[in-house]
Every structure is written in C-alpha cells, then in structure tokens.
Design a protein around this ligand. Structure first.
Ligand code: 5GP
Ligand code: MG
Length: 181
C-alpha cells in the first residue's frame, strides 16, 4: 500500500491535531443545544473521520448514516451523486450536522442537504474533513473544514480508490499510473 503512494499530503499526526481543533470549534457552536445533536455521516468515506471526531466531542449525540454513491468503481471524477440508502429515523426539530470526507464539486453535499432540509431539522450545519477550494462552489455553505487541499485525487483516512486504501493512515496522492481519469 505504501508503495502505491507517491506523496503524503497530510500526515496522521497533522490529521490528529486538526481533528482535535475542529472538535473544539464544533463543540463551541453547540454549547446551548438542548434539542439534541444528530450527526449525519455520509458513507463510506467519512467513517474514519467520524470515529475520530466524535470521540473528541463532549456532548450527547446521535449518529445517523446516509449512503451516497458518487464515484463508481475506478472513476476519479464525480459522475453525479445518488442516495443509495437514506437516513433512518426522525431529525425534525433537532440540530443536525452533516459530516463528509471531502468536498469536491459539491454535488454530494447538496443532495444530502436537500434531503435533510425536507425533514425539517431545527438547524443544519456541515463539516467536511477536506475541501478542494478550486472546485467547491462558493454558494455552498460549509461550517467546519479540516483542511483545504489542492485539486488532486487523494486517498487514505477513509478515502478510497476503487474501494481500497481507506485504511491508509495519512492523506496521500496515488502514483498516477495506478488510476485512470
Ligand atoms: P462531490 O460530490 O463534492 O464532487 O464529491 C464528493 C465525494 O466524492 C466525496 O464524498 C468523496 O467520496 C468523493 N471524492 C471527491 N474527491 C475525492 C478525492 O480526491 N479522493 C477520493 N478518494 N474521493 C473523492
Ligand atoms: Mg464520500
């Protein structure tokens, strides 16, 4: 696995530090939440970030999951997002924060926000571990961001290529000959 990566963009130590900071930022925004926080994670890319982040959050919360497909198989360009399995359970009147691994074109997040807005939460915020500012649409609201990165295809810390490399502990760039655009 190590041999397939040509460059480490963000090390596991940098990730750990930033996740702790991000959790403190988030906790500061929900200090007066009496409605109950529900974190809605977009599967599968966000699982590792989710697991790390929530263990630094001190408040009571529920976790909801939503499965969206955007990169079929060996693609590294978004082909339009589709909800494969939606959230179970009610979020009406609750504080909801959506968590995703990476904001690229924004198609995935927009789709999920539309779906959740229709369920009438009391508030709706967003948190992404990575953002590619070169591509992300400026009108798409993101409340909490781990890192802004350059427009390259990255893997690791939950992010996959063709369902591999999710367990790579850093954020890395794959060797170009290993993937097709
Ligand atoms: P968007 O819908 O914003 O274009 O893309 C968001 C989704 O595409 C993310 O949730 C993630 O699953 C996938 N994605 C976008 N950029 C990358 C990337 O650089 N690497 C990987 N592995 N997945 C990405
Ligand atoms: Mg994803």
């Amino acid at each position: 696995m190590e041999d397939d990566v040509c460059r480490v963009l963000i090390s596991r130590e940098q990730i750990a530090r930033r996740v702790r900071e991000l959790a403190a930022e988030i906790a500061g925004h929900y200090t007066d939440s009496h409605r109950g926080l529900t974190i809605v994670a977009i599967l599968s890319g966000s699982v590792i970030f989710l697991a790390d982040l929530i263990r630094h959050l001190p408040m009571k919360m529920k976790i909801g999951l939503i499965t969206v497909s955007s990169y079929p198989g060996q693609a590294t360009k978004s082909r339009g997002a589709q909800i494969l399995e939606s959230l179970r359970g009610e979020v009406r009147g609750q504080d909801v924060m959506v968590v995703d691994d990476i904001l690229d074109t924004g198609t995935t997040l927009r789709l999920v926000l539309d779906e959740l807005r229709a369920r009438q939460p009391a508030s709706l915020r967003t948190c992404v571990f990575l953002r590619k500012p070169a591509k992300a649409p400026p009108d798409l609201q993101v409340d909490f961001i781990g890192f802004d990165i350059e427009d390259v295809f990255v893997i690791g810390y939950g992010l996959d290529y063709n369902d591999h490399y999710r367990n790579y502990p850093h954020i890395g760039v794959l060797r170009a000959e290993l993937y097709r655009d």
